[in-house]
Design a protein around this ligand. Structure first.
Ligand code: 10E
Ligand code: SF4
Length: 335
């Protein structure tokens, strides 16, 4: 007699959630969000922020309610105000625009993005052709390429490699966006190395610790999950990558949601194990809401799948230590 037929009625398959760790806020996002809050506290509203401070709907809405005004162009900020640059970084030309517009600036660029900017400047100075692996049109890629527009070619994945042309094959280096898929980037690098055997690699990884750690955690749970839910916004590159990594790792389905209310009940059909994670720009409260939503549907058993410990933090932008309102007023008075 097999174990199923011995039971009076088939026991319901046990439903569980595999919760990825690490997930959610990285050090750069934490710093950027706190920087906006501190600026609002210190200087009062409005504080202008160029581009979404991080790519998360809930974060942007919450800060907007507190008095932050989000703009896409520096020129939208009236003279004499404070403008903050988002965690994704900006090109030098944006600093010039702010100076022309008589604005005081707070730079919330993540230090790990700044590191890539500095590498770009250094290799451009040594007259290298820089192959920047990243997504065309993404804010971070626009910012990094702006450091050395004449030296940088964007390579948007392995399929782009064929068309790459360089001036001198012995002076080529690759750099990358910080939030790419680790595996896909390695494929792109391999293809580039086949084409340019003397290709130089960056001195340290450009894909940041938070990106790699979140992908490793989702990889560890993917094969055991019938469904993976990634909490994150549709314009968040690192969150989208988590959906792709989950599918590559063997999850039967994976979806990106901003809020628990976006989860479709039908996704749970035939599902016993749900994997859950969140992008680097996602506050934990949104994950908690998804956990509650799942518990109400019988997924109350939560197992943590931990693949790394994170302890990195960054100090706040130095501009928050000065009186920027007075500086901004002075800039207009000097006119
Ligand atoms: O779209 P991204 O993943 O680059 O941005 P995000 O705001 O969702 O997450 C934080 C990542 C940053 C600021 C880029 N390094
Ligand atoms: Fe910085 Fe990485 Fe976070 Fe981007 S994802 S803000 S590079 S720590």
């Amino acid at each position: 007699m097999d174990r199923m037929s011995a039971a009076a009625a088939p026991a319901p398959a046990s439903r569980r959630v595999l919760l990825a760790a690490p997930r959610g806020y990285c050090a750069g996002v934490d710093r950027a969000v706190i920087a906006v809050e501190k600026a609002l506290e210190q200087y009062g509203a409005p504080v202008y922020v160029r581009h979404e401070i991080v790519h998360n709907k809930y974060v942007v809405e919450t800060l907007r309610k507190k008095g932050a005004i989000f703009v896409e162009k520096t020129e939208e900020v009236p003279p004499g105000n404070i403008v903050m640059f988002s965690a994704h970084g900006v090109a030098p030309v944006v600093h010039e625009e702010a100076a022309r517009g008589r604005l005081a600036t707070i730079d919330a660029t993540c230090p790990l993005v700044t590191k890539v900017h500095k590498e770009a400047v250094r290799y451009a100075k040594d007259d290298f052709d820089i192959l920047l692996i990243g997504h065309e049109g993404h804010e971070e890629v626009i910012g990094t390429s702006g450091e050395a527009p004449d030296h940088i070619t964007i390579v948007d994945g392995p399929d782009d490699v064929d068309k790459v042309v360089v001036r001198d094959e012995s002076k080529v280096v690759w750099l990358s966006q910080t939030t790419l898929s680790v595996d896909e980037t390695m494929q792109t690098v391999d293809a580039l190395k086949t084409k340019f055997p003397l290709l130089v690699s960056p001195p340290s990884d450009d894909i940041c610790y938070a990106t790699s750690n979140r992908q490793a955690a989702v990889k560890a749970m993917g094969a055991d999950s019938d469904l993976v839910i990634v909490v994150g916004s549709k314009n968040s590159s690192n969150s989208i990558r988590l959906v792709e990594v989950a599918l590559d790792a063997g999850a039967r389905a994976a979806h990106l949601v901003d809020y628990a209310s976006e989860i479709d009940e039908a996704w749970l059909d035939g599902v016993t194990t749900v994997g859950l994670t969140s992008g680097a720009s996602v506050p934990e409260v949104l994950v908690e809401q998804v956990l509650e939503w799942l518990a109400e549907r019988g997924f109350a058993d939560v197992e943590i799948v931990k693949t790394a410990e994170e302890s990195i933090t960054f100090s706040l932008p130095k501009e928050l230590r000065r009186d920027l309102r007075a500086e901004a007023a002075g800039l207009v008075a000097d006119q």
